[in-house]
Design a protein. Structure first.
Length: 168
């Protein structure tokens, strides 16, 4: 039983990520590179992702391989998709205008998930995709003395993940 669990964990860590920018046609100029872990940031205290600005209706795509775990609407994020990707990372796509991919949909980089919008607590603000990458297993070397710095052991800077093509 433990050997099987170890094998599953190892496969998850060894699977390649090959990340792409999750908004079609977007590039690094479409987000603020200093917005990850920026504070103060509303009710969450710090910004645990990046906001990729684009016109309402622009296609949002899977940043990497994975499977959709949740598709729905929540208070702050509005219309969201949560996917489990390689390396046991959760990819959170929020403030969507429309949702496409269903729960348990297998994903390839570039698979359509929905479209850019301003749902949830982004209502009335410029349309954007809030994109977060979170590790299910802690990465203790990423913890800092910043506000909520211990939580950094669970979050990766999405801009670095897509810039590296996921090889982080």
């Amino acid at each position: 039983m433990l050997a099987a669990l170890a094998l599953v964990l190892a496969i998850g860590f060894l699977a390649p990520e090959f990340a792409v920018i999750p908004v079609e046609g977007a590039g690094p100029r479409d987000w603020n590179p200093r917005s990850f872990w920026f504070e103060p940031w509303g009710a969450s205290g710090v910004h645990k992702g990046i906001d990729i600005f684009a016109p309402t209706g622009r296609r949002v795509v899977a940043a990497t391989y994975g499977i959709v775990l949740f598709r729905g609407e929540i208070e702050r994020g509005g219309k969201v998709v949560v996917a489990l990707g390689p390396k046991w990372r959760l990819h959170y796509y929020a403030h969507l205008d429309t949702l496409q991919a269903g729960v348990l949909t297998p994903l390839l980089p570039g698979t359509p998930l929905g479209t850019v919008g301003d749902s949830g607590n982004a209502a009335g603000k410029p349309p954007h995709l809030h994109y977060t990458v979170a590790s299910l297993l802690p990465l203790p070397w990423k913890a800092t003395a910043q506000t909520q710095g211990w939580k950094r052991s669970f979050y990766l800077d999405p801009a670095e993940v897509v810039a590296a093509g996921g090889r982080r």
